[in-house]
Design a binder for this molecule. Structure first.
Ligand SMILES: O=C(O)CCC(=O)C(=O)O
Ligand SMILES: [Fe+2]
Length: 496
């Protein structure tokens, strides 16, 4: 709960407190209902008592009033009691519950959290080319889940997309909301009809589909006959149509920036996953003396660039301990090139840095990295544990630096441990080398980022494909050049 600003949607683990928070909100609303019910009970009991008395009087008014105790009581009630009931009606219910709510308000997701969440859904749809109507129904990449989107969910995505540069992408979402307007349950969450229609019309206008905006505005006007905003908008649209009678519908696919295009191609695309492309599998007995005792199951994915998979290198209990350590240290991850939040982030995830010297486990993992790579770790960054959130991803990038970095040298190699399986999406994708590696709990990926002469290798460019379903956790160890002098001497390029 100590998250500041917009960080909930960026990782599954950071959203965990929200479930607890909603439990409290439900209990609080239930307490409010109980308070209301208590009031209702008191009122109902009084009504039935006083009605009985009143009916007795109705049956024979004079006879009733002839009895002094009846007449006296009537006078007293009307002078004193009813004023008390009036006061009772006025007394607010739920003050305590509203104060509780206000105390939790700071922990609620913000507008920025919602934007991130909308971007995540939009990214899954866009990168994997899913149909909006399938997502709304809970069908994700061909698998039907027993979850579907509410009208409020769909409207929020539509509203968000209508504000983006590709406003047209909001249309399927807003049309679905319009379709559902008829059978809405009344209450504070019912969406406002005029608002939906106006937003849909504006979205058409923004994407130059003027002719389609007109009937929507007409429909909105039917319900708000003299609405000034609607009338003016309608007039403007008619002028636009008159000015550009044959408005060319802007149906061209929006141009993707190259990173988005690569993700679309690589994350949907080449489905040669792991094994069919493997050159060979073998046991690595040789990298360090330790491996002669405990060989690692190694699978070579490619030699140029050199990419290998090590199977079963972390046990379930080791993973559980690492996740526990990381969960306590999570913060929004940034990249070197993009330290601050932007609307199109290159990396959407939360991370934690762990010192290799933290405890027995981190030291053991560090030794395993040395065993797998044959490289030393002095001077390398700490290990980074990352958890992705809604549609979480990392755009195509290379792990090495173009500008030769300071003392410890460039990032010679990367070891990427998968700490979880991912149900759908979330592959690590090398778009140039054409490897797509699906996360498998306990598996690690190792590759060299630099050529043997120390130059950066562009063919190591890789990305984290958006997660569709799952909570993806990885642990990364970047290995710096310096200190490897005697292990991997610069030989000059052996190949390209
Ligand atoms: O999560 C992944 O699959 C890749 C992560 C990555 O490339 C990085 O952290 O540098
Ligand atoms: Fe990377």
């Amino acid at each position: 709960g100590s998250l500041t600003g917009a960080e909930y949607s960026l990782s599954v683990v950071s959203m965990k407190p929200l479930v607890e928070l909603e439990t409290k909100l439900i209990q609080n609303l239930d307490d409010y209902v109980k308070a209301l019910e208590h009031k209702l009970q008191i009122l109902r009991r009084h009504i039935s008592e006083i009605r009985l008395e009143n009916e007795k009087a109705q049956r024979n008014v004079v006879l009733y009033l002839s009895h002094p105790l009846n007449a006296f009581a009537l006078i007293r009630r009307l002078h004193l009691d009813w004023v008390q009931w009036r006061k009772y009606m006025e007394q607010p219910v739920g003050g305590a519950q509203m104060r509780s709510f206000d105390a939790w308000r700071d922990h609620l997701p913000t507008q920025l959290d919602l934007q991130d969440a909308c971007n995540g859904i939009a990214r899954i749809q866009d990168i994997y080319g899913l149909q909006e109507k399938h997502i709304m129904r809970g069908q994700l990449a061909g698998i039907k889940y027993n979850i579907s989107m509410s009208t409020g969910d769909i409207f929020a995505v539509g509203q968000h997309l209508s504000r983006t540069t590709n406003a047209k992408e909001a249309v399927p979402w807003l049309k679905e909301v319009k379709r559902r307007l008829r059978n809405q349950t009344p209450g504070p969450l019912a969406v406002d009809k005029a608002e939906v229609l106006l937003l849909l019309a504006e979205t058409y206008i923004k994407s130059k589909h003027y002719a389609e905006a007109l009937p929507i505005l007409d429909r909105a006007l039917k319900h708000n006959i003299a609405d000034a905003v609607l009338l003016r908008r309608r007039e403007e649209v008619q002028q636009l149509i008159a000015k550009e009678p044959s408005t060319v519908l802007d149906n061209a696919e929006p141009k993707d920036n190259s990173k988005v295009a690569i993700l679309k191609w690589g994350c949907r695309g080449f489905s040669r996953e792991q094994s069919p492309k493997a050159l060979h599998c073998c046991y690595n007995f040789t990298t360090t003396p330790f491996l002669r005792l405990a060989p690692l199951k190694m699978e070579l994915l490619g030699e140029h660039p050199y990419v290998v998979v090590y199977h079963d290198v972390l046990s379930d209990s080791e993973i559980a301990e690492i996740l526990e350590m990381a969960e306590r240290r999570m913060a929004r991850t940034s990249t070197v090139a993009q330290p601050n939040r932007t609307s199109s982030p290159t990396r959407t995830a939360m991370g934690a840095w762990l010192k290799r010297s933290s405890n027995a486990l981190t030291r053991r993992i560090a030794r395993r990295v040395r065993d797998m790579s044959g490289l030393q770790l002095e001077g390398s960054e700490r290990m980074q544990v990352i958890n992705y959130g809604i549609g979480g991803h990392y755009v195509p990038h290379k792990d090495w630096f173009t500008q030769h970095p300071e003392v410890m040298g460039n990032r010679l190699a990367t070891v990427l441990f998968y700490l979880t399986d991912v149900e759908q999406g979330g592959a690590t994708m090398f778009n140039k080398a054409e490897h797509k590696v699906l996360p498998r709990r306990g598996t690690a990926l190792f590759w060299y980022n630099l050529h043997t002469d120390g130059e950066g290798d562009w063919s190591t460019t890789h990305a984290a494909c958006p997660i569709i379903v799952g909570s993806k956790w990885v642990l990364t160890q970047w290995i710096r050049e310096r200190n490897q002098i005697f292990i991997r001497p610069c030989l000059g390029r052996t190949s390209d």
